[in-house]
Design a protein around this ligand. Structure first.
Ligand code: ADP
Ligand code: ZN
Length: 751
């Protein structure tokens, strides 16, 4: 045995202990078992799949170690930068290394790489007649099995035989032992790689001449690519300024030079146009694009993953988890619509795809392009700090005008219409005008359903979810009251369930009611609604979008999912039915979200040759985010908002960590949250850490699915420095088993 350390590796078994374990590498596997390799190792008398990590363990006597059983592939499937990324992710987001690695090497990939084998049985040899007679007498079931298999054309799964013929496993084995049957092992069949999105929206590639601003941005990005250094760029381009073209130029360049690219989008289903453009550009170069989205089958996922690990595909486009693509020689990471909250994962590990993208780019010395018409305040602040380079695209392609924005004060509208106004006179007039000109309109409202809640004007009763602290929404299409938090449903009663009053009715309005109202205003208009209620019906979503594109629909009513990057040239009017919704959410980002939503929504109008108009209905026409958005004044908004954030120590000046406690008994949950906060405070005083604790208080959404929620906020300067301490302290803090707590770093969901 040469130097013993050369034969030891650290393996983190999946579904095993939290820490990597040391194993010895047998001579036959030498050279195959480096960091990032998938291996099988013995653990507690079982063979388990595990990932080889980088050397972490100390001196160990190799003689006492168990051997790695096998390596699944000749090459490591996880790249070295991904292994380091995993370690950072686990630390920064207070997640277990195991959960992080399970995210990085997704389940179907692990399952396929360790194929499940099915045990089949077949006849080995036909027994002699007298042997058959003897068998029929002593073991009639076994005889039946033999007869059955004689009639089959091939091997039959053992499990199926046992259940169908009501056999014991022992009788099967006995026949195998006697040499009458034989066992055949078969790898489970896997699904073929089909590429559904490929057929979609394969847009023709027009060669475009870059605008001056685009050309300047591309040149700047190319300079960074040449430098082969870690460089983040913020591409801040107004809606319709051609950001995608800038991404594609950079991407083509990297691909031509042999490097790899990750292209993140908030939601693949909502960006078929981008995917289509990317595909047609790359297919010209004979390059395969892996499209990574949530509707892939297990087989597709595994094939796409392996294509990247083997270097057969060098470009992936996908939602946040595509950031973990096992691409080698990664030189460019693009994050489109970088401000989107959808980049944050809601379950552990609770990572933010954009932030992970920046970190991975740093590890790979890659260029990172963050693009948006409405960048997150954090990103804009990074530009101020000179951590990010800024590339501005301030004008639309072909110098198309940004739309004119009109504010409608709904307080006045309400007075003049003597009651609940949902569509103002101005909006109604403009809708009619567009309809007559055969131009299209989009109406936005971030509230599904028909009415917001059911109330009784006599006794004040409000229909609430029995399991959550929210009111129920009335959906007219299926005549149900629904909870938008947990999905609970009930049939509405015609009278108030409390006092029996017949004036019990729905108030407030959702997308269904807007659809109905507009239909009354313009009976001949073809109106369609697009929200998650329609999304649930397969393919309907895509059909509606394509009908809208081809002019079969005049007016589209939808929730904010419509605001994301869609490009319909014939849309000349956009109506924001209630601009105030996001302002009322108890979230320090409420103003930012309102501003972003308004700018994005407005960006859907006037993308073709005709100028666009935007009608914003609000009860608060003078609130700063609405005023700044109306003027498209980013600098003004940024300055005012940063001032506020600075004063209250909110991000980007501090990081925020949310510590949520949940349990069925509210008193108990509150008690433990309180105890913990005291404990933490004492501890932090000793350490002289720069942390401010706020809370505990009941969460705004206090009850969800019958569990009560309390939370604490930590305002911290340096997450990686402080969080491990908090996690260690938490491990020593005894809490009843029915209380669950969750740490969420840089949260986007604050309720
Ligand atoms: P953004 O993502 O900034 O909103 P897009 O990249 O979707 O904008 O571009 C808007 C439209 O302009 C697209 O239809 C695109 O094909 C087109 N476009 C982009 N760049 C140019 C250009 N230089 N010349 C002509 N058309 C362009
Ligand atoms: Zn509920």
């Amino acid at each position: 045995m040469a130097e013993p350390s050369a034969h030891i590796v650290d393996v983190l078994p999946f579904g095993g202990p939290e820490k990597p374990l040391a194993y010895a590498v047998p001579a036959k596997l030498k050279g195959y078992v480096g960091p990032g390799a998938l291996v099988r190792v013995p653990l507690l008398n079982r063979s388990r799949l595990g990932l080889v990590c980088e050397g972490l363990t100390e001196e160990i006597d190799p003689k006492r170690l168990k051997f790695v059983h096998d390596a699944l592939y000749d090459d490591p499937v996880v790249t070295p930068d991904l292994l380091r990324l995993a370690q950072w992710l686990a630390r920064y987001y207070a997640a277990s290394l195991e959960s992080v690695l399970e995210t990085i090497v997704p389940a179907p990939v692990r399952a396929i790489m360790a194929p499940k084998t099915t045990r089949l049985l077949a006849l080995a040899q036909r027994p002699a007649p007298e042997e058959m007679d003897a068998l029929a007498r002593r073991a009639p079931r076994q005889a039946e099995l033999v007869k059955f298999l004689e009639q089959q054309s091939g091997p039959v799964p053992r499990g199926l035989l046992i259940s169908r013929l009501k056999l014991t496993p022992g009788s099967c084995d006995a026949l195998v032992k006697k040499g009458i049957l034989k066992e055949v092992l078969q790898d489970e069949a896997r699904e073929a790689y089909t590429d559904e999105l490929a057929e979609d929206e394969a847009l023709p590639t027009q060669e475009v001449t870059l605008t001056e601003e685009q050309a300047a941005a591309v040149a700047d990005v190319e300079q960074s690519l040449e430098a082969r250094e870690f460089r983040p760029h913020l591409i801040h381009g107004v809606t319709g300024s051609g950001k995608t073209e800038v991404y594609l130029r950079a991407l083509e360049r990297v691909v031509d030079e042999g490097g790899s690219v990750i292209f993140l989008v908030p939601e693949v289903a909502l960006t078929p146009q981008t995917v289509g453009r990317l595909r047609s550009r790359l297919s010209k170069r004979g390059q395969k694009v892996v499209v990574w989205h949530s509707h892939l089958s297990a087989g597709e996922r595994a094939d796409g993953w392996m294509a990247m690990a083997r270097g057969e595909a060098r470009v992936v486009v996908g939602a946040r988890s595509a950031i973990f693509a096992p691409l080698k020689d990664l030189r460019l990471i693009i994050v489109d619509e970088e401000h989107e909250p959808a980049y944050k994962q809601a379950e552990s590990p609770r990572y933010h795809g954009r932030d992970v993208a920046v970190y991975r780019a740093m590890l790979c010395k890659a260029v990172c392009l963050l693009g948006s018409a409405t960048p997150a305040l954090e990103s804009l602040y990074n530009v101020e700090l000179k951590s990010y380079r800024l590339n501005r695209l301030s004008r639309r392609v072909d110098d198309r005008q940004l739309p004119t924005v009109h504010l409608v004060d709904m307080k006045r509208e309400k007075l003049s219409s003597h009651g609940a106004a949902t569509i103002s006179n101005m909006l109604a007039d403009k809708l009619l005008d567009r309809f007559e000109k055969q131009e299209q309109s989009i109406l936005f409202l971030n509230r599904r359903g028909y009415s917001t809640r059911m109330i009784c004007p006599e006794c004040g009763y409000v229909a609430e979810c029995p399991h959550c602290s929210v009111t129920l929404t009335y959906h007219r299409s299926d005549n149900r009251l629904k909870c938008h938090v947990c999905g609970y449903q009930e049939r509405p009663t015609p009278r108030c369930p409390k006092c029996g009053c017949s004036k019990y009715r729905g108030v407030g309005f959702g997308t269904q009611r807007i659809e109905e109202t507009v239909q009354k205003i313009i009976p001949r208009a073809r109106i369609m609604r697009l929200d998650t209620d329609t999304m649930s019906k397969k393919h309907l979503f895509r059909k509606i979008l394509s009908d809208f594109r081809t002019g079969k629909i005049d007016i589209l009513v939808g929730t904010q999912m419509l605001a994301k990057g869609l490009d319909f040239p014939n849309v000349t009017l956009v109506g924001m039915v209630d601009a105030d919704i996001a302002l009322h959410v108890p979230d320090f980002r409420a103003a930012e979200r309102t501003f972003q939503l308004l700018v994005q929504v407005a960006g859907r109008a006037g993308r073709g040759d005709k100028a666009g108009e935007v009608i914003v209905q609000t009860f608060m026409p003078h609130s700063p985010p609405i005023q700044y958005a109306r003027r498209s004044d980013f600098e003004g908004f940024l300055e005012e908002e940063l001032e506020q954030r600075r004063e209250f120590h909110y991000p980007p000046f501090r990081h925020l960590v949310r510590h949520l406690f949940r349990g069925r008994n509210p008193e108990k949950v509150g008690f433990f949250a309180e105890q913990w906060s005291r404990r933490l405070e004492e501890h932090l005083e000793k350490l002289d850490h720069n942390v401010e604790i706020r809370g505990p208080v009941a969460a705004p959404l206090e009850k969800v699915k019958d569990t009560y929620r309390f939370h604490l906020w930590y305002f911290v300067g340096n997450v990686s420095k402080i969080l491990p301490d908090i996690v260690a302290l938490r491990k020593d803090f005894p809490m009843d088993e029915d209380i669950v707590d969750v740490l969420d770093v840089d949260p986007v969901d604050l309720v």
